[in-house]
Design a binder for this molecule. Structure first.
Ligand code: ADP
Length: 432
């Protein structure tokens, strides 16, 4: 403010001086005009100095000036200097980030808000075949053209990673993970999981082969045991009891082998070929009849058809999943319990098949782990009821193949609800 008032004083002083001199020379008006012209000339000259400095030598020291102009030059110079320091700090941080991303074995690709390529590390060149000169500025889907990648990229739901073969080497398996950041920009990371994938495949093949190989000897064993059990009354009582136990255990092993084979098939086979629109009424009624036979009339089992929408599914797989849920309800609830099978929903909001009982329920601490293989709440009870420990793992796999989810709600003493939720895309209007 001090400089500003000094500047005003300077103008007033020059105007007064000009007026006085003009008055002495016979024209006060002309004198005032001359005084103001001197002021104007001075400020125009400083403005020119500023312009020349900023356009021609912005990195040099500012021109020497006094008063308000001197202060203005100094401030601009200091501001420029601090801006330059911040810029170089940012540049070196960016360089360090790029250097560390460069050293990563995973591919890192930075995209702008339109999905065009901005920067990528050398791992991305090796894994995805991105070429520095040609590909910068291209849209990512022009270079990674696999339809499943394009729909994953466009869906903008990156909660789960996507597994695909490398676009330049079919033998390499990559796992893509996309992260949204900043102003709608995206970071695409790709990891080579070929080794892990191979190990997983070996595990699956091993389980499938062993289960398959066990099938024949078990069939032979159970065949002989059945023959012996037919003549059990002619054998000593101790032997008859052993044969009965052997039969039970062989049956358990057969159930286990069948469940393992089913799980392997669900994991290996892509699925989807036998998906047709299915009217769920007859299917649920038939599962209900099987469950009543298993329960031996000890439970009340009802079917509630609250929707006539059809479900796009594999009948065999859905039968297997829902049967597992209903048979569990029969096995883990006391006699006299009520079990309900319910189909509800519509093509707009999706639908669900519920299996609900009013039995003893499950402690919520077990619920997150129930679908793990061989996880049991009470091992003794599960074995006694003939459970293999794979039932809910099968249900989860079947539902995954139908874009569906299993929700479990239960509390001790309050029964259990197993809900299979299907997305709207799986529901079709009833056939006319
Ligand atoms: P299992 O062959 O042991 O039945 P599952 O995977 O089918 O294996 O079930 C896992 C566990 O979940 C069972 O051991 C049982 O303790 C529990 N469970 C499943 N359904 C019910 C139910 N309706 N009520 C109570 N517990 C249940």
């Amino acid at each position: 403010m001090r400089l500003w008032s000094r500047e005003l004083w300077r103008i007033a002083w020059l105007a007064t001086l000009g007026t006085c001199l003009g008055w002495l020379l016979g024209s006060a008006g002309l004198g005032l005009a001359a005084g103001l012209a001197v002021c104007l000339f001075y400020h125009l000259r400083q403005l020119r100095e500023l312009y020349l400095w900023l356009t021609l030598h912005p990195h040099d020291e500012p021109p020497a000036a006094r008063g308000m102009w001197g202060e203005l030059f100094d401030r601009l110079y200091r501001y420029q200097k601090s801006q330059r320091i911040t810029q170089s700090r940012l540049r070196s941080t960016l360089a360090r980030i790029q250097e560390s991303s460069e050293a990563m074995r995973d591919s890192v690709v930075m995209l702008d808000r339109h999905g065009d390529l901005e920067w990528w590390n050398s791992a991305a060149t090796a894994m995805l075949g991105l070429q520095t000169a040609h590909d910068r500025g291209q849209h990512i889907t022009n270079l990674l053209r696999e339809p499943s990648f394009i729909s994953y990229f466009n869906a903008r739901d990156y909660s789960e990673p996507l597994t695909l073969t490398s676009p330049i080497d079919e033998r390499r398996i990559l796992q893509y993970q996309i992260t949204l950041y900043g102003d709608d920009e995206r970071l695409v990371m790709a990891r080579d999981i070929t080794r892990l994938h191979r190990l997983e495949q070996m595990r699956r093949d091993f389980v499938a082969n062993v289960s398959h190989e066990l099938r024949t000897p078990l069939t032979v064993l159970s065949g002989y045991l059945e023959t012996y059990s037919d003549i059990a009354d002619q054998l000593p009582p101790r032997l008859g009891k052993s044969i009965h136990q052997m039969q039970e255990q062989t049956q358990r092993m057969q159930n286990l082998v069948n469940d393992l084979l089913l799980l392997s098939r669900l994991e290996i086979d892509q699925g989807g070929k036998d998906h047709h629109p299915l009217n769920l009424g007859p299917l649920l009624q038939s599962i209900c009849a099987d469950a009543l036979a298993l329960s031996n009339q000890r439970h009340t089992i009802t079917v509630a058809l609250e929707s006539d929408a059809r479900l796009l599914c594999s009948e065999q797989e859905i039968r297997s999943a829902i049967s597992n849920l209903v048979f569990n309800a029969v096995r883990y609830t006391p006699a006299g319990s009520q079990i309900t099978l319910r189909w509800q929903g519509n093509a707009a909001g999706g639908g669900s098949i519920d299996v609900e009982d009013n039995g003893e329920g499950i402690d919520p601490v077990h619920i997150p782990r129930l679908t793990e293989r061989f996880y049991r709440v009470d091992k003794g009870r599960s074995t006694a009821t003939g459970g293999t420990g794979l039932g809910l793992a099968i249900v989860k796999h079947v539902l995954l193949r139908h874009d569906a989810q299993l929700q479990i709600e239960s509390h001790p003493g309050k029964g259990a609800l197993f809900r299979c939720s299907f997305p709207p895309s799986r529901l079709l209007a009833p056939s006319k």
